[in-house]
Design a protein around this ligand. Structure first.
Ligand SMILES: NC(=O)c1ccc[n+]([C@@H]2O[C@H](COP(=O)([O-])OP(=O)(O)OC[C@H]3O[C@@H](n4cnc5c(N)ncnc54)[C@H](O)[C@@H]3O)[C@@H](O)[C@H]2O)c1
Length: 274
């Protein structure tokens, strides 16, 4: 199936690692030009290099979609640019607005936003200190809200857009030792449904994926033994890999899902079954 994504422009947060990076690479394979945003410059740049090394969209296609004008010259972006890196802390609205602006300057428009930036601290709730809660809530929930707020106006103007947020089974069905994280992701689930209602009139689809445990730098604490133990809780008898989630994100970024909005899609080897 052709996902009809060629020539679209996406901003992916958390693009320097795990699910965000894999999503950026897969979108690039579909011919999408990407703003890769991450808190860490070197991670975002590494993803850009990976996209360029894999070819990205053909240069003439990229060139055809380039905007004319001052901004492009000032940034020194060539006609062959298929991805750019943006350093951006999603908790900082000014930096988020700059990442959106960088993508617009480089590629002329913004069709897709994938909010993959996230952190997970873990620990029994009663052993956490109230001062520590704002980290996960700030990055996972408010960070997602910041990005949607900064990106959506450019989609509203065009009457077109796809937003994909990332929640978690911890927010959907609950998981021990992830109360604060689960609260942040539960917030993302509710936020997604409400925003979908508000943006539907502009033909902007807003959906959320809810992964189970995925092997990524975020879960680098997993030993082989722990992985085997946890896999027993999953009907499909394995933990996830970033590609499992990125496949669905890319699908949700496409017009093949144009009659879907406000939906939560679990990708979790059958763990939650809702
Ligand atoms: N890995 C899992 O088991 C799992 C399960 C469910 C949901 N998720 C969610 O999926 C998303 C991606 O997770 P992952 O496994 O790829 O994690 P990861 O740690 O591999 O990648 C997260 C990326 O987000 C970036 N980031 C962190 N804070 C940031 C900030 N303030 N501003 C900008 N970027 C920031 C990090 O630098 C990193 O590159 C997260 O939202 C996570 O909560 C992950």
């Amino acid at each position: 199936m052709d996902l009809l994504l060629r020539d679209k422009v996406a901003l992916v947060t958390g693009a320097g690692s795990g699910i965000g990076r894999t999503t950026a690479l897969m979108l690039a394979e579909e011919g999408v030009r990407i703003g890769c945003a991450d808190l860490f410059k070197e991670r975002a740049e590494e993803t850009v290099e990976m996209i360029r090394a894999r070819g990205g969209p053909a240069p003439e296609e990229a060139k055809a979609a380039q905007p004319r004008g001052e901004g492009r010259k000032a940034k020194g972006i060539s006609g062959e640019t298929t991805a750019i890196a943006s350093v951006c802390d999603v908790t900082n609205y000014g930096q988020v607005a700059q990442a959106v602006a960088d993508t617009l300057v480089a590629f002329g428009r913004l069709d897709i936003l994938v909010n993959s930036a996230g952190v997970s601290a873990g620990g029994l709730f009663m052993e956490t200190e109230p001062e520590s809660w704002s980290l996960e809530i700030g990055i996972n929930l408010v960070g997602t809200m910041n990005c949607c707020h900064a990106a959506a106006p450019h989609m509203i103007t065009k009457g077109y857009g796809k937003i994909v947020n990332i929640a978690s089974d911890a927010g959907r069905v609950g998981e021990k030792r992830l109360s604060v994280y689960g609260a942040s992701k539960g917030g993302v689930l509710g936020f997604t449904k409400c925003l979908a209602l508000e943006l539907a009139r502009y033909k902007i689809n807003v959906n959320v994926v809810s992964p189970g445990v995925v092997k990524s730098p975020m879960t680098s604490f997993l030993t082989e033994d722990l992985e085997k133990e946890w896999a027993k809780f999953y009907p499909l008898r394995r933990l996830g890999v970033p590609e499992d989630v990125a496949n669905m994100i890319v699908f949700l970024c496409s017009d093949r899902t144009s009659w879907m909005t406000g939906q939560t899609v679990s990708i979790d080897g059958g763990f939650s079954r809702i």
